[in-house]
Design a protein around this ligand. Sequence first.
Ligand code: AMP
Length: 215
Amino acid sequence: MNKNIIFLGPPGSGKGTQAQKLISDFNLVHLSTGDIIRNAIKQKTKTGLQAKDFINNGLLVPDEIIINLVKEKILATKQCFILDGFPRTIVQGKALAEIARPIDIVIYLEIDLDKLVNRLSGRLICPKCGRSYHEISMRPKVDNLCDNDQSSLIKRIDDQPDKIKVRMKTYLEQTLPLINFYQNQKILYVIDANQESQDVYNDIKKVLRKIDDNY
Ligand code: AMP
């Protein structure tokens, strides 16, 4: 796979899960801005300290901080990449276009918004590898342990109902305009993310097969 990919979609639409599937099949780098920030907070870096209150309250981290972080990560890799959770604003989309690594395809995971509260409030996360599970619909093989590295799973602070509400509002106001932004560039592909995870993945692969000669 020789393409730089963006996964766009609301919180809980499956961006992280689908990105994990893709990197296990193809030689791509997974750049999840949420994971990068959570790691920075854990390591108490300057960026982590600046970002902590925003992320814990379900708010977007200021554009300037996140743009610099992503720029650094993209320029540090020669491989093709999947951006999961970036861009989330038009300002970020425009800044990304300035980086000398062009985006080939934007995969928009479209989902009924009323499904998301349930998905997010039951979500369990591996604090080590970032893999996500669900208490009811996507349980780990052993209760509360990550299948990948056996770490104890946690609930994210921003997956509480009041924070979910803030994140949805932010998504609708600030991230949704990116759909038009990329539609105008004719690189946006819409995937029905209401389906089972494996069916969503199969649809993503169909789209990638269509656009990538090296698939
Ligand atoms: P995620 O893990 O993608 O759901 O992101 C979790 C949180 O990280 C978001 O609610 C924001 O606080 C922050 N974040 C992640 N990506 C971005 C971004 N592109 N711009 C601003 N904040 C972000």
